[in-house]
Design a protein around this ligand. Structure first.
Ligand SMILES: Cc1cc2nc3c(=O)[nH]c(=O)nc-3n(C[C@H](O)[C@H](O)[C@H](O)COP(=O)(O)OP(=O)(O)OC[C@H]3O[C@@H](n4cnc5c(N)ncnc54)[C@H](O)[C@@H]3O)c2cc1C
Length: 545
């Protein structure tokens, strides 16, 4: 017998968990939340440093790879995406970052919908916020933060001498400090704030699902891989989504939705599911033997991501994690500190110190973000260097390069071809060259001189624009923020996939609610902006708007 629910949500990640919470708040509506991964009961999900063991682990990660990238000098990258309750919020870097007010004002301009203006978005950020500044409840005097919501924001429980000196060096280079990156203008330097509670990761499954798991109208299926959408024409000839086909623990099921199906499978998998269902660019669909149900050529296009350029410096006269974690005694003291105080390196988000600034004076706004770490390694998964080192990673927040997510076959269990096309525009190459220079300039300030920094990567021998743009391809890797592949826009914007209320153009009862709907990537980390998007969407869906 076919099971029926009012709402079917595909993907229990960042957006999906919030949506399930909000939509099941109405006891008259039945909600089904489908997650391809398992429960978030792996201990490394919850210990902050455990992201090291969750990435590229089949228990928690889809384990995608990009195609070989020309801009990265032919390299293909690991492309982690969370596959468990909480989705990427279960394996991510926990940085709480809203982006910049102008990001959202621009979305309002692109869609013609004032609901996306910053003041309204700010209300939606606050709707679920539980900020340490307001333990208990209420809001800050500047009305930028709130307490009492589900989404916990805390200060990090550590500091490092070499990072404090880096902030001072940034100040000496003209970049002021900020004690709050989340006011709408994130310019400045400081320790990132994180989604943690008392030294444990705070993912969206804990925040939005655990506390309501006994609601009788909410059903959560894990190990439930949605293969495609069920599409039918209504009596008026309009194409509508009626539900999904899903493989649950190896058993194929068809589930129907009475009201709506919502795709929250993330910026890689939502366009992939649309394509598998016959919604996309007809040429690509036909080339993979899929019958075209609806021509929507923008599906899987407009992929944007932040490429981090990892500059590495060897330092002296200061302790970094490289030496601390290299001895048994060091490891034991790190473990003990976490056990007793939930602090120290095990409570560490992958990046601790942030700086937002301009890559060159001609830029109108802060357009680069630094993630600075008191550690260094060749590449993710490699051992730490045997000498004291630090990583000064920098990314272009507003890249102009655009990539694609495309079918590789009609098999729903074969991942798509992911081609971010990093560093393919002249503008992105220039920002890459300039931002390496900004990193060097900060490291050359007086506050860093006591550590006698030596640039290991990319190496001082690269100095012209051309050399730096080229070597950026060697030291560049994803900072894990794919967005834009089901972007919102006007119906007459042929490459947009959803309207400003996130309804798929031309298909009734189907929305996409995840990071894929961003028309332009936000100027910062993308998790909390995705929650803000879901908060808005939940209101619209519940109000049938
Ligand atoms: C390693 C890493 C570090 C990051 N660090 C940060 C950070 O520090 N701060 C920050 O703000 N952002 C960070 N991000 C980015 C941020 O986490 C994402 O932008 C955000 O989680 C995206 O949310 P989403 O709802 O769009 O997708 P996801 O959270 O990926 O959720 C999608 C869910 O859908 C499920 N799913 C997919 N396909 C199917 C299917 N066919 N059937 C059923 N279920 C399916 C997935 O398993 C997943 O649970 C990081 C991401 C990663 C991977």
């Amino acid at each position: 017998m076919t099971e029926k629910f009012d709402y079917i949500i595909v993907g229990a990640g960042t957006a999906g968990c919030l949506l399930a919470n909000r939509l099941s708040a109405d006891p008259t509506k039945n909600v089904l939340l489908l997650e391809a991964g398992g429960k978030d009961n792996y201990h490394w999900i919850h210990i902050p440093v455990g992201y090291l063991y969750c990435i590229d682990n089949p228990r928690t990660d889809w384990r995608f790879r990009t195609e070989k990238e020309q801009g990265l000098n032919g390299r293909s990258l690991l492309y982690p995406r969370g596959k468990t309750l909480g989705g990427c919020s279960s394996i991510n870097g926990m940085i709480y970052m809203r982006g910049q007010a102008r990001d959202y004002d621009n979305w309002a301009k692109l869609t013609g919908d004032d609901d996306w203006l910053w003041p309204t978005c700010l209300d939606d950020f606050k709707a679920h916020e539980d900020n340490y500044r307001l333990d208990g409840s209420g809001e800050t005097a500047d009305k930028k933060h709130r307490g009492g919501g589900e989404w916990r924001v805390e200060k990090q429980r550590l500091s490092w001498e070499v990072l404090d000196s880096f902030a001072l060096a940034a100040e000496q280079s003209g970049i002021q400090r900020t004690d709050d990156f989340n006011t709408g203008d994130n310019t400045g330097s400081g320790y990132f704030e994180v989604n943690q509670r008392s030294g444990w990761r705070w993912n969206t499954s804990k925040a939005f699902i655990r506390s309501i798991k006994n609601r009788p109208n909410l059903t959560v299926w894990t190990h439930a891989h949605v293969e495609k959408l069920t599409l039918e024409k209504d009596s008026d000839g309009q194409l509508a989504c009626k539900g999904v086909t899903v493989l649950v623990e190896g058993v194929k099921k068809t589930v129907e939705s009475n009201i709506e199906t919502i795709l929250s499978a993330g910026a890689i998998n939502s366009p992939h599911i649309l394509q598998l269902s016959g919604i996309g660019d007809p040429l690509d669909l036909k080339a993979n033997g899929i019958e075209v149900q609806h021509n929507l050529s923008g599906v899987g296009k407009n992929l944007q991501d932040h490429l981090q350029l990892r500059t590495i410096f060897r330092v002296e006269n200061v302790k970094t994690l490289n030496e601390k974690a290299s001895t048994l005694l060091g490891k034991a003291s790190i473990g003990l500190e976490y056990l007793l105080k939930r602090s120290g390196p095990m409570s560490m988000a992958p990046s601790q110190m942030g700086v937002f600034t301009k890559s060159s004076p001609e830029q109108e706004h802060s357009n680069i973000e630094f993630h600075v770490q008191p550690l260094s390694l060749e590449a993710f998964g490699d051992p730490l260097h045997p000498w004291p080192g630090m990583t000064v990673s920098v990314c272009n927040l507003n890249p102009t390069s655009r990539g694609t997510v495309k079918l590789k076959s009609s098999d729903p269990h074969q991942g798509p071809a992911i081609a971010p096309n990093y560093l393919t525009t002249a503008e992105d190459k220039q920002v890459a060259a300039d931002s390496i220079r900004v990193a060097r300039n900060i490291m050359a300030q007086q506050a860093m001189m006591q550590y006698k920094p030596t640039e290991i990567k990319p190496g001082q021998e690269h100095s012209t624009d051309e050399q730096l743009a080229k070597v950026a391809g060697d030291v560049g890797t994803t900072i894990f923020h794919p967005a834009g592949t089901t972007r919102m826009g006007h119906a007459d914007d042929v490459e947009s996939v959803v309207d400003s209320h996130l309804r798929v153009h031309g298909i009734r009862a189907l929305r996409v609610v995840d990071a894929g709907i961003m028309p332009t990537i936000t100027s910062g980390n993308t998790n909390s902006p995705t929650l803000m998007i879901a908060e808005k969407a939940a209101r619209w869906i519940a109000g049938s708007i």
